[in-house]
Design a protein around this ligand. Sequence first.
Ligand code: HAM
Length: 427
Amino acid sequence: MSKIQLPKGTFDVLPYGAQEVWQLSRNWQFVESVCREVASLYGYEEIRTPLYERTELFQRGVGETSDIVMKEMFTFQDRGERWISLRPEGTASVMRAFLENQMAPLKPVHKLFYLGPMFRYERPQSGRYRQHHQFGVEVIGAAKPEQDAEAIDLLFQIYKKLGLRNIKVNVNTVGDTETRARFKEALLSYLKPFFNELSQDSQVRFEKNPLRILDSKDPKDREIIKEAPSILEYLSEPAKNHFQELCHLLDIIQIPYAINDRIVRGLDYYNKTVFEFVTEDLGAQNTIGGGGRYDGLLATFGGPDLAGIGFGTGLERILQVMQAQQLLNLEESHPLIYFIPLGDQAREKCFSLATICRRQGWKVEIDLSAKKMQNSLQNAIKLKATYSAILGDAELEQEMIQLKHMETREQKEIPLNDLLNTMKRLI
Ligand code: HAM
């Protein structure tokens, strides 16, 4: 029978035996714990939403014309003939949960974070998966530019705490509705003479969502876009002030940012601030995190008109940069003692001793597999145990146990009932 392999665009995270260091679970746990820790310092609390939602949520939330909704969702009908999609991102689900659970009156400002898998039917390549994982935050109810700066700072501090180098943030503003209406007109009249030269995707966007043409990756599109007007020239007064204030705040807190007026982001809900963190150590998929403001999104779901801002960062991409920068040197944790019982009675005794040690908070293992002492010692070496504790019939009779330091090979016999105290002295 042929072997069943993992679905395209997915990967396993393993405790050992992984093909690449970034796929080791201890590295994932480390990155996740730093995200949680720093987020908590900034006052964020965890929200968990289902991995799938009604398809309509993403159509309305992320936008009908976005690539994510048009081409990339995993969508199916359930047995009750309801259209369901695996979540391609986290923001829309958080908005739904926020409204459905009537969270608005519970706090003046809501600072939420999430960690988990997202699903996008993309062409898989290094750094791009069909199931990827995001750490993301959503802040609801804070409209001031300080909140934008705080979100950018939070993500930057997470990267810093993880030790990442050469990370930069590109910031831009996509203005408000008024800005975009005026800019759209200017952009369309600039692009019109080039229409036939645009890529097929961009020709579709020309009709549906022309701003997205600005972040086309097509080389020919990019040439055309080079001379396109800048949204920064079309900002309304409030949008301009918001952006200037944000840049000023980023200067004050010394975030290494650059203004890039071509960033528009691939989700339709953004207004005012948008940003992307990039690195040179990821090849083509150089965006490690991104986000922006989405004032008004809640209202489109029939909720209160509250401001919103957030970001998402891909854990795979973080881990791959860490691997490229040789930051993933976490040691596997090893047992303090590897118990080697020789015989049935000894096994029972070792079992109860191992249990007592674990209740002390020590990591210990007991050899239940090998038949020969030599094999058992090999197992202790494989697990990198600090000590092995060997209990044979003779020792059992005298109520003694052999304690061997696996590195120095020093071995001594100690009374069984003194094992705990001896270990306490040794560690
Ligand atoms: P996004 O830019 O689509 O934003 O995704 C956020 C991050 O997830 C990306 O910067 C990238 O690191 C990672 N990512 C996205 N797609 C993939 C993939 N196929 N494979 C690997 N990594 C990927 C959002 O999803 C927004 N919800 C962020 C946000 C929150 N904006 C406001 N609040």
